[in-house]
Design a protein around this ligand. Sequence first.
Ligand code: ZN
Length: 184
Amino acid sequence: MNCKICGAELKKPGELCNNCMNKLMKDQEIRNDKKEYYTFKKTFALGYELLRKIEQIGILILLIALLLSVDIGFWPYTLALGVAYFLWLTLDMLYLRASINRGVCTLYRTKLVYKEGIFRKKVVEIPYSDVEEIYYSVGNMQRVFHMGTIVIKRKTRNILQRNFFIEPVKNIETVFGKIEELLK
Ligand SMILES: [Zn+2]
C-alpha cells in the first residue's frame, strides 16, 4: 500500500504517511504565523526616480532642439510638447510615489510577506523554507541616494519566479542586517 499523495510506502493501509503529515503541519504552522518581527518599506526619492528617466528626458530635449533647428517658428509646438511632457511626468511621479509608498515587507518567524498595490492589492508570501539565498545589491545610481535592492532567490526551477526583488529600499545595510539577523 502506498501513500496516495506522495507515493511513499505505508505500513498500514489508509494511513496518512509521515512525509505528508509533516508537510501538512509545516504548512499550517506557516499559515498561522501572525507574529511580526520586522517591517521595512520601499522608499520614494524624487531625485532617484527622475534620474532613472534621464534617457527619456534627454530624448525629449533632443527632439525639441531638432524641431527648432529645422524651423525656429516651431516654437509654440515645442513649447506645447515640453508642457505636455512635464504634466505627464508629474502625474507619473505622483502615481509612482503612491505605488512605491505602498510597498511593505513584513518578516515573521517562518515567512516573509510582501504587499503592494494601489487599486489592486498584490500579496507575495515566501516561507523561509522556500528561500535559497537572500542578499542585497546597490547600483551606481542607487548608491548616490543610499538605496539598494533586496534580492530573494527562491528554490524553484521556474526562472520567472526564482528571483524576487524589493526596491528601492533606503538604508539598505541596516535593513539587510535586520533580515540576516532574523534568518540566522
Ligand atoms: Zn505521503
